[in-house]
Design a protein around this ligand. Structure first.
Ligand SMILES: Nc1ncnc2c1ncn2[C@@H]1O[C@H](COP(=O)(O)OP(=O)(O)OP(=O)(O)O)[C@@H](O)[C@H]1O
Length: 731
C-alpha cells in the first residue's frame, strides 16, 4: 500500500473543477474499456487453460500408443499453449494494474502543418472540458481531427482498445513531450521521423485505485509539487517506479541509447538506482529485438539490495532480470580455485595489518602492476616456463624447442598454450619415429600435465603468489581460511586465473547484452578490470565516489571509466531523497561541490546526548515512539560497524521487533532495521537513527565518508545520538 496522493495545492479552483470533471469522464470511459479487456483476457485465459488440460489429458491417455512424431506434435502443442498462457497472464497482470491507475499524464500536440498560431490554438481550445467531451470515450488516447490537437494519455504501459491507442507507454516517442518539453513549439523523434509542431497542453493526472485524485495543467510549480508529493511518501520494503515525476536531467540518462558504457556519477539520493532501473525498462522496450530480460543483468553490492530493487521492473510491466552480488560473481569465477571470504567493513577491522593489506590491494597502482606483470609473463619470452628435455615415445623434445614453441603461442593463456605445445611435441615425435613408437606414445593430456610440471606456477593461486613475490609484496597474501582467500584478493586472483585458463569459462556472461553495475565505487580497480573483460556488452555503471565504506580514497568517475574503453561519464547533482534540512547536514559532513538540495522541508535533524548505553537505548526508544506516531513505515538504526550493529540489534530487540541486516540477509525486511553503514548503502529509510556519532567513532577522513553515507539514508527524519561530543564532522 502506498500513502494516498493528496490533491495538488496549485490549482485555481474554477479551472480545476472543469479540468477534473472532464478527466473524470474520460477516466470512467477508459476504465470501462479496461474492464471489458480484463473480461476478454480472463475468458481467453480460461480457454487456454481448458485446451491445455485437454491436450495434457490426451497425451497422458495415449502414452505409448502414439507414434513418436505424434507424441512430438502433442508436446509441441502443450508448449505452445504454455507460451500462450504466459503471454495471457502477463497481459492480464498489466490490465489489472491499468484498472488501478491507467495513466498519469496527458499531452495535446498540434502537428506542424496545423500549428500556425499554435499558441492561440491553445487558448482556442476552450476549456479542457470541451475538448475532452468532444473527444469522447471512443476517441482513444490520440485524437486529431480538423486541426484539433492529438491528445495522448501516457501510462506505465500502452493500452489499445478496438485498434485505437487509448494509453501510450511512458517509453514511447510521444511521451518525450511530457518529460522534455514545455507548452510551445516542439520537435520530437517519432518512428516515421522527426515531428514538429506545438505542445498545446501538458497535464498531470493522478489516478489511484481507479479514482481521480487530481488533474492539473502542468507548469513548473505543478511539477515541483508533484515531485514533492512523490518524495514525501513513505518508503517501504521495495523501491518504486518514478515514471510520473522523472526529471529532465534524469530522463536524458534513461533515454540515452548510444552503445558502449555509460558511467553515472551522482550525489547521494540523486536517483541513480531508480534511473538505472528505468533505463533497463526503456532499453528493453526500445530494443526488443536485441534485448530481453534474459540478456540484461545487474551486478549489485549485496543480496538485500537486489531484493530491495526487485519490485521496480515488474511495476513497469517488465520481467525481473538476473542479478549477481559482487561476492557471488567472484565466487562463481573462482569455482574450483578458491573460496572467497565475505567483504569486511574497515569499521570492523581491529587488525591494522589486515586493514593495510586490504588498502594496498584496492589501489589503481596494485591493479596496474598486476596487469603489467601478467602481460609480461604471457608475452613471448615470459619466464614462467622452465622446460627441460622431455621424452615423447621414442623421441625427445628438447628444452630449447619446447621453450620456442611455448613462446610462439604467446599470449595464449598458459594451460591452453601447454596443450598446444603438447600437440606439437606429439606430432613431431610421430613424424620423427615414423609411427614405430605408436604404442609407447603418451596421450596429449599426459604430455600436457608433464609440461605443467615445468611451470614455475602450477595453478592460478600459485601464479598470484609468484606475482606478489616478484613485486616484493609476499606479505600481502594471508589465506582467510584453508582454501579461502580474503575478499580483496578475489578479483586479482580472477585475473590470474584468466591468465592461466582463459576467461571464457563463465558461460553466464555470454548471453548478457547489457550489464548494470550499481555502487561502482565498491569495485576495486582489479574488479573493474575483470568485469570489463568478462562482459564485452554495453554497460551502465552508477555510483558515488563519495560513498566509500571500505576506507579507500575517493577516485573521480573518470578513473572508473578508464577501465571501460570508450566509456562516457554523466554527473547528477540534485539530491532528491532527503529533506532540505537533512541534505544540508550531509553537505556539512562532506562538502560536495555543486550539490543541489531539493526544496522539500522537514524537521531539523535532532541531536541527542546519551551518556552511556542505557542513555542510547532510551533515546532509541523515544525515536521509535516518534516514528510510530508519525505513521511511517521504515526506520533504520545505523551503527558504524557490523559488530556494533549486531550488538545493538540484540539490545534493542529486547524491547522492539527489529531485523538485523547482515551479509546473509537476502530479503529487505522493512519495519525497524538495525544495520551497519556498509550494509545500509543503497537503501533508504523514512527515518534514520545514527548511533554513537561521536568524535571518537567518526574521526578520520574515511569515517567522514561513512558518516555521509549514514546521514543520506534518511528521507524524512534524522536523529543523531552521541555519548559525549558529536563528531566534529557534524558540528
Ligand atoms: N524524479 C523522481 N521522482 C520521484 N522520486 C525520485 C525521483 N528521483 C529520485 N527519487 C527518489 O529519491 C530516492 C533516491 O533515489 P535512488 O535511491 O535511486 O538514488 P541513488 O542516487 O541511487 O541514491 P544513493 O546513491 O544515495 O543510494 C528514492 O526514494 C527515489 O524514489
Amino acid at each position: 500500500m502506498t500513502v494516498p496522493t493528496m490533491p495538488l495545492r496549485v490549482n485555481d479552483h474554477h479551472q480545476a473543477n472543469d479540468i477534473e470533471e472532464a478527466e473524470r469522464a474520460h477516466l470512467a470511459a477508459v476504465l470501462g474499456q479496461v474492464r471489458a479487456a480484463v473480461a476478454r483476457s480472463g475468458a481467453l485465459a480460461a480457454r487456454t487453460e481448458e485446451s491445455h488440460r485437454e491436450a495434457g489429458a490426451q497425451l497422458a491417455a495415449s502414452r505409448g500408443e502414439l507414434a513418436p512424431e505424434e507424441a512430438h506434435l502433442s508436446a509441441f502443442e502443450l508448449n505452445r499453449l504454455d507460451a500462450q498462457a504466459a503471454v495471457a497472464a502477463r497481459s492480464h497482470r498489466r490490465l489489472e494494474k491499468l484498472l488501478a491507475s491507467p495513466y498519469f499524464a496527458r499531452v495535446d500536440f498540434l502537428d506542424g502543418d496545423d500549428a500556425d498560431g499554435g499558441a492561440s490554438g491553445a487558448s482556442e481550445q476552450g476549456t479542457a472540458a470541451d475538448s475532452d467531451a468532444s473527444a469522447g470515450p471512443d476517441a482513444g488516447g490520440t485524437v486529431s481531427a480538423g486541426g484539433a490537437p492529438e491528445v495522448t494519455y501516457i501510462g506505465r504501459f500502452a493500452f489499445t482498445w478496438e485498434n485505437k491507442a487509448v494509453v501510450s507507454d511512458w517509453r514511447s516517442p510521444v511521451a518525450a513531450l511530457f518529460y522534455d518539453f514545455e507548452p510551445g513549439p516542439v520537435a520530437f523523434q517519432a518512428p516515421a521521423g522527426e515531428r514538429r509542431g506545438t505542445l498545446v497542453r501538458k497535464r498531470q493526472v493522478a489516478v489511484e485505485e481507479g479514482r481521480l485524485v487530481y488533474a492539473v495543467d502542468s507548469s513548473s510549480s505543478v511539477r515541483d509539487e508533484v515531485l514533492a508529493q512523490a518524495l514525501s511518501r513513505s518508503s517501504d520494503a521495495k523501491m518504486h517506479d518514478i515514471v510520473a515525476s522523472i526529471q529532465r536531467e534524469q530522463n536524458a540518462v534513461i533515454r540515452d541509447e548510444a552503445p558502449g558504457t555509460l558511467v553515472i556519477q551522482g550525489v547521494a539520493g540523486s536517483g541513480k538506482t531508480s534511473i538505472a532501473l528505468h533505463r533497463v525498462a526503456y532499453l528493453l522496450y526500445r530494443q526488443k529485438e536485441r534485448l530481453s530480460s534474459q540478456s540484461v543483468a545487474i551486478l549489485s553490492p549485496s543480496r538485500v539490495f537486489s531484493d530491495y530493487i526487485s519490485g521496480v521492473l515488474p511495476e513497469l510491466g517488465e520481467e525481473p532480470v538476473r542479478s549477481w552480488s559482487l561476492h557471488e560473481l567472484a565466487s562463481l569465477l573462482l569455482e574450483g580455485i578458491a573460496k572467497v571470504a565475505p567483504a569486511r567493513s574497515f569499521a570492523d577491522e581491529a587488525d591494522a595489518v589486515r586493514a593495510e593489506r586490504a588498502q594496498v590491494k584496492g589501489t589503481e597502482k596494485f591493479a596496474q602492476s598486476l596487469a603489467a606483470w601478467l602481460d609480461g609473463q604471457l608475452a613471448a619470452g615470459g619466464a614462467l616456463f622452465e622446460p627441460h628435455d622431455l621424452p615423447v615415445g621414442g623421441d625427445v623434445a628438447e628444452a630449447a624447442w619446447l621453450a620456442e614453441r611455448f613462446s610462439a603461442y604467446a599470449p595464449v593463456p598458459f594451460e591452453e598454450r601447454l596443450d598446444l605445445v603438447a600437440g606439437d611435441a606429439l606430432e613431431l615425435a610421430h613424424g620423427k619415429t615414423f609411427g614405430r613408437y605408436a604404442h609407447a606414445m603418451p596421450t596429449r593430456r599426459e604430455l600436457r600435465s608433464r609440461l605443467l610440471r615445468m611451470m614455475r606456477a602450477k595453478n592460478p593461486l600459485a601464479l598470484y603468489r609468484r606475482f606478489l613475490a616478484d613485486t616484493g609484496r609476499s606479505a600481502l597474501l594471508k589465506m582467510a581460511a584453508k582454501g579461502t582467500v580474503e575478499w580483496e584478493d578475489a578479483f586479482p586472483l580472477v585475473l590470474c586465473a584468466w591468465a592461466f585458463r582463459g576467461s571464457d569459462g563463465f558461460a553466464a556472461a555470454a548471453p548478457v547484452r547489457h550489464l548494470v553495475i550499481d555502487e561502482m565505487q565498491d569495485l576495486s580497480p582489479a574488479a573493474h578490470e575483470a568485469v570489463s573483460r568478462l562482459f564485452r556488452c554495453d554497460k551502465t555503471l552508477l555510483g558515488d565516489a563519495n560513498q566509500l565504506v571500505d576506507g579507500r580514497v575517493a577516485a573521480p568517475p573518470e578513473t572508473v571509466a578508464a577501465h571501460y574503453p570508450g566509456a562516457r561519464v554523466v554527473r547528477l547533482m540534485t539530491s532528491y531523497r532527503s529533506t532540505f534540512e537533512i541534505t544540508e547536514l550531509a553537505r556539512r559532513v562532506l562538502p560536495v561541490g555543486g550539490l543541489v538540495a531539493v526544496e522539500r522541508h522537514g524537521d531539523e535533524p535532532r541531536f541527542v546526548r546519551c551518556g552511556d548505553t542505557a542513555g542510547v537505548l532510551g533515546a532509541v526508544d523515544a525515536a521509535v515512539g516518534r516514528w510510530r506516531a508519525a505513521g511511517r513505515r521504515t526506520l533504520g538504526i545505523i551503527a558504524k560497524s557490523d559488530f556494533l550493529a549486531a550488538r545493538y540489534a540484540e539490545l534493542i530487540g529486547r524491547v522492539h521487533e527489529v531485523a538485523l541486516i547482515t551479509d546473509e540477509t537476502d530479503t529487505y525486511p522493512g519495519g525497524i532495521v538495525v544495520t551497519s553503514v556498509r550494509l545500509a548503502k543503497g537503501l533508504e529509510f523514512d527515518e534514520a537513527v545514527l548511533l554513537d556519532a561521536d568524535g571518537r567513532q567518526y574521526a578520520t577522513e574515511a569515517d567522514r565518508h561513512l558518516l555521509y553515507v549514514a546521514v543520506t539514508r534518511a528521507m524524512h527524519g534524522l536523529t543523531i545520538l552521541y555519548r559525549d561530543e558529536p563528531s566534529p564532522f557534524l558540528r
